[in-house]
Design a protein. Structure first.
Length: 448
């Protein structure tokens, strides 16, 4: 059934939209901004940009290429391509760790998606109008402090995801992505414009782009690499699955560039919108996961037309989160459907319930269960950290090493339209720079 759904992607444009719909999500606005704040600003941003260009781009291309050649779900595609190229079947593990990552990520992603839903309603009812920093902070803490409210919104978000998946992913969503993505960009630009009026725009620019290299550490680099994978939906087999419905005529490198520019552009805009508000109101950039929820309502609550803008913003954010969440649920459902006798619908329900249950443990981290469970991290932080710092990079590493080293070099170059000099650049980056980058970051973090 998923094959049918994806097979409806009629044009190249549709594929780009689907890939962009998965990539652009909470990661660009919520996660990017709080990661920048937590990791010292510009040093993190610059390392993140480098990771996107040098590691993210080749891994994205590698995942699509594997999917397009394998014409199957990630696990089977890896197994089959490995077999065809005289490699051990154990390569299928790369697909499997991706599925595990998708499952774990969706559980906490849904909790944040729930916050976004709740803020959509809050904006519609004027909750933030005229609030000061303390008021906005209190509203956010009220939400976090209430396991019942968090559960309600987390449940509502997961229910929406299941509903959309059950109806067929492309129906309606396709057209919606087409109009909502540009609207989101316009809104972000408006917010950046507002940031310029706060008198703290320069400070924000410096925070984001003038690096204090003293702030750089192995941990910051690892976080930047993790963010690059998270925001591009890499290391989860999602892009592999999308690639498997891709026509031969699509130019992988060119398409990857488009998706990456869009994704990175939205993240940078989000930062430029958020940090002026942070500095203008004496808030802390290192606020953590609550950052956008205590800064943006402040701006919306105090500008003309803010109620409407705020409503639109959180609605679009929720929508962006939904398109990403759908892409996260897909590999899990596919896996359950294949390995059990369950039907597609039952597999969707069972997967969603399992994700939902784990999400409950995650949301309790903010109130009744803040205690660390492992490595000094509570459940929420553990899920986020373990996936973005370990699972995603490892899966991505597997994909790029497989494509660069195990597939026939010439056929890969031909598939990517590379000749002469550009082939040499690809070879150096895909064989050495990208894998070594990921490995170095790991070793560094293990030692540190
Ligand atoms: N890329 C999405 C985001 O930035 C999140 C995501 C991660 C979606 C992994 C799918 C897979 O929000």
């Amino acid at each position: 059934m998923s094959k049918l759904v994806h097979a409806q992607w009629s044009s190249k444009m549709t594929f780009v939209l689907a890939a962009a719909g998965s990539a652009v999500g909470l990661g660009n606005i919520w996660r990017f901004s709080y990661m920048v704040g937590d990791n010292g600003g510009a040093a993190f941003v610059l390392v993140y940009l480098a990771c996107v260009a040098v590691v993210g781009l080749p891994v994205l291309v590698a995942e699509w290429l594997i999917g397009r050649r394998g014409q199957k779900n990630p696990i089977n595609a890896m197994a089959e391509l490995a077999g065809k190229n005289a490699q051990p079947k154990a390569w299928a593990l790369v697909g499997a760790s991706g599925v595990l990552a998708a499952f774990l990520i969706l559980s906490f992603y849904s909790v944040i998606g729930g916050w976004s839903l709740s803020y959509t309603l809050g904006s519609a009812t004027g909750t933030f109008t005229g609030q000061d920093a303390d008021g906005v902070g209190a509203i956010f803490e009220g939400l976090l402090g209430s396991p019942g409210l968090l559960l309600l919104w987390h449940t509502a978000f997961m229910a929406l995801v299941v509903w959309i998946v059950a109806r067929g992913v492309t129906k309606g969503l396709e057209g919606a992505v087409r109009t909502m993505m540009p609207t989101l960009v316009v809104l972000m630009v408006v917010l950046v414009g507002y940031g310029m009026t706060t008198g703290h725009f320069g400070e924000a620019l410096a925070f984001m782009f003038r690096p204090d290299w003293g702030a750089l550490s192995g941990d910051v680099v690892l976080a930047a690499m993790g963010q690059a994978f998270f925001t591009l939906s890499l290391g989860m087999g999602i892009m592999m699955a999308y690639g498997s419905y891709l026509g031969e005529d699509v130019n992988l490198l060119g398409t990857a560039r488009t998706v990456i520019i869009l994704d990175t552009g939205i993240a940078l805009l989000a930062g430029l919108a958020i940090f002026p508000i942070v500095f203008a109101n004496g808030l802390s950039a290192g606020e953590g996961p609550g950052l956008i929820f205590v800064t943006l309502p402040l701006a919306f609550g105090n500008m003309t037309g803010g109620m409407l803008l705020g409503l639109m913003f959180f609605l679009l954010l929720t929508f962006a989160a939904l398109t990403s969440a759908i892409s996260l649920l897909e590999p899990v459902v596919e896996f359950v459907e294949e390995r059990t006798p369950l039907t597609r619908v039952m597999a969707t329900l069972v997967s969603a319930v399992a994700v939902w249950l784990l999400g409950i443990a995650a949301l309790m981290s903010f109130n009744v269960w803040p205690e660390p469970v492992m490595f000094g991290l509570n459940v929420f932080d553990l899920l986020d950290t373990f996936t973005s710092k370990i699972l995603l990079p490892l899966t991505g590493l597997g994909a790029i090493v497989f494509v660069a080293w195990c597939l026939d070099r010439r056929s890969v170059a031909a598939e990517l339209n590379l000749t002469g000099g550009s082939e040499q650049v690809w070879l150096v980056v895909a064989r050495y720079v990208a894998p070594l980058g990921v490995i170095l970051v790991f070793v560094n973090s293990l030692l540190g």
